[in-house]
Design a protein around this ligand. Sequence first.
Ligand code: BJW
Length: 269
Amino acid sequence: SRLVDHLAIEHSSLVSSCVQKIAVLTGAGVSAESGIPTFRGEGGLWRTWNATELATPEAFRESPSLVWEFYHYRRCVVAKSLPNASHYALAVLQQRCEQEGKEFTLLTQNIDGLHAQAGSTDFVELHGSLWKTRCCHCNDVRVNRDMPICAALDGKGAPDPKTTDAGIKPMDLPRCKQCNGLLRPHVVWFGEALESRVLRQVDSALQNCDLLLVAGTSALVYPAAGYVPLVSALGGVVAEFNIEDTPASRSCRFKFRGPSACTIPQALG
Ligand code: BJW
């Protein structure tokens, strides 16, 4: 569109001249065109559950079997998905910034790992990873790409609302190789704090940030929801890529409306 062309010109001049420090914040919308449902949009339901209702420590305490079924399903969906043009364009932007001696940090709320698959490096996973587990007993964190992650989950996790819950006994759910404690996905649920190492990386990325690109997030969930107003208040320029307005939009100088797999490559082109 003409708006995008205009902003692309603005953007390239910004990136090539005065911009020295760039941060990117991504959310579920950037993976939507890879076939991964967002939380608050269409496809945000799993069985009769709103996805965000299962992303809680309470849900896991109440039914570890149900929550593991949900994450097993999502591992299956992501394992079959590929990065899209927005993931690739951000990986290229990182390379370009590094060649030009600019500071670049990608902050993602997504747990799917598609940025890595597209070639991004050293990015910060604010909400953890679908491909890591943590022991509820000894806290051991490790990468786990086993499919299925345990025998009892084989063939389980169907999203259809008529599906009967598998009701897997805790002893048959994923268990820790060190201490046999119950494993959980190494992700950040509501009410849980982000890792302090992650929060330090965010602080350092946003301090004196000249340009923040924010893509595919509803900007409703804190602390990430606070990053756009923060950068804007500190004098940085914010550009938003989303199919619709969000609470962050008012703090954004540039708004690229449309699917991020189109708008990000076009704007960064
Ligand atoms: C497209 C598109 C396309 C679609 N192209 N765009 C301050 C005030 C009020 C509350 C709090 C606060 N501080 C903390 C809280 C509590 C809570 C919170 O924020 N609640 C809000 C609901 C109000 N936050 C927390 O609990 C956080 N912890 C914390 O802050 O600790 C300290 C603390 C604790 C307790 C009290 C106070 C302080 C932890 C938050 C963890 C969030 N976890 C989840 C699950 C992760 C694991 C998993 O994936 O299963 O993270 S919830 C879910 O939401 C997930 C996402 O990363 C996150 C954000 O969602 P996202 O990515 O924005 O997706 P959607 O679906 O919401 O939006 C998609 C967007 O894409 C839309 O805008 C579409 O338009 C767009 N889109 N297609 C471009 N093709």
